[in-house]
Write a protein that binds this ligand. Sequence first.
Ligand SMILES: *Cc1c(COP(=O)(O)O)cnc(C)c1O
Length: 459
Amino acid sequence: MSDYPYADRFAIHRSLPEEGASRDDILSMLDTMSHVEDAAWESGQCSGTMYCGDHDHYDFLNEAFSKFSYVNSLQRDLCPSSTKFEAEIIAMTLDLLGASNLRDTTPVGLVTSGGSGSIAHAMLAYRESKNSAVQRPNVIKPETAHPAFAKACHLFGIELHVAPIDPVSTQVDVGWVEEHIDENTIAIIGSACNYGYGTVDPIEELGRIALRRGVGLHVDGCLGGFILPFGRELGYDIEAFDFSVPGVTSISADTHKYGYALKGTSVLCFADKGLRNSQYFYQPDWSGGKYCSPGMDGSRSAGLLAATWAAMVQLGRSGYRRYAEQIFATSRKMQDAVHTHASLRILGSPSFLFSFTSDDFDVYHVNDFLRTKGWRLNGQQYPNALHMAVTRPQTQLGTVEKWRVDLSDAVDYALAHRDEAPKSGAIYGGVAGGPNDEADAFIKMFMAMMMDQQSSIPA
Ligand SMILES: *Cc1c(COP(=O)(O)O)cnc(C)c1O
C-alpha cells in the first residue's frame, strides 16, 4: 500500500476536477483528517507545537479570523480595522516586553508571519541601518540560537559567526562574543529562551557588551516572549531579558506560540523607530502605481491580524498568567520526574521547556520506548538529548502521572537495551564523530518526502 497520505480513503487529485465536489463532501473529508491528526496531541503527549490545545479557544479565533479572512491588509482604505488590530497587537506586545522603560527612543513593531519572519526582518533592519563604512556585515549568534538566524544571513548576505555555549549552563559564552565583535558586526543575539534547552542567555551581560561596542542586540523571544514575562511575575527565577535591559534593540515574540493565536503571526519589537523603518520598502515610480510595504510580505490576510488581536484581548494578562502558572507548575513536575532517575541529566537551568540527556546510555533508547506509549518529544544532537516544550495540553489531569510511569519504564528499557543502537537515534540523533555526508543526504531525503509527493501519487 502506498504511504501517500489518506490514499486509502480519499480521491486523489492530479488535476483540477472538471466538476467541483460538494462543499459537504469536502468539509467531511477535512473533518476526518483533522480529527485523526488532532488525536496525536490531544492526550497531552506531544512536545510544543499545540500551544493552547483548547478547541473552544480555536473556535473563537476561527470565528474572528472568518470575519476578515478574505481581506488584504495591504489595502488599508478598505480595512481601517487592520490598522487598529496591528497597532494594538504591537502596543500590547511592546508593553509586555518592558518598552515603557525606553525613555530616549520611540519603540515600535512589525507583525510578521512567524518567528522566522520576525528574525529575518530584524536581520534585514540591522543590515539596512548599518554604518556605511561596514562592507561585509556580520552578526554573532549563540550556537543554540534558532536556525532562522542562519537562514536570514543566507538570504541577506550577512556573515554569521557562531558563538560557543557553556556545556553545563547551555548559555552563550559572552567572553567569546565580545572578543569576536569587529568593525563589521551589526548585531549580536541572545535567546529568551532558546528552542533546544529552554535556557535564557545572559541578556544583561550581552546588553552591556552591545552598548560598549556600539552594536545592536536582538533578543529572540519567539518562544518565551509571551510566557517568560508571566513566569517572572509568578516568581520563577528568570533573568530580565526585555527592554528593561539597557542595550536591547529588538525582540521577537511569537503570537502563534505562547501568544495562543492562530499559526501565522509573530511580533518583532524595536527599541527605536529608525531601525524598523530602515527596512521598509518603497517603489514610488512603478507603472502599476506607487507601491510600499512594511515588510517582506505583500498581501496578508487581515483575518490573522483580527484573530491575533482577539486572542490577546480575550485572554488578557490574567489569562496569560493563569496559563503560564499551569505550564510552569507542570514543567516542574515533569522535570522532577526526570530528576528521580540517576541516569538522566537535565541540561542547564530550564524553565517551561526542558531537555535531558544521559551519560549512561543513548537517550534515544528512552525516546524509542516513549514513542510506543504515544509520546512525541523533540530530538536533539551534540549531545543527543530529548526535549519537552510544555504547553497547555500537558496541564490536563493525568498527563504528568503518565509521564512519571512511562519515563520510568523507558529508563528500564534503555538500561536493558544500552548495547544496541536506538531506532529513533538514527533519524534524529547526532552522528558519532560529528556531521557527515550521510546526515546531509538524510535531510535532503526528508525534504523530498515532504515536498515531492506528487511524483509518487498512486495511480
Ligand atoms: C519557533 C522558534 C523560532 C522560529 O519560529 P517559526 O515561527 O517556526 O518561524 C525562532 N526562535 C525560537 C527560539 C523558536 O522557538
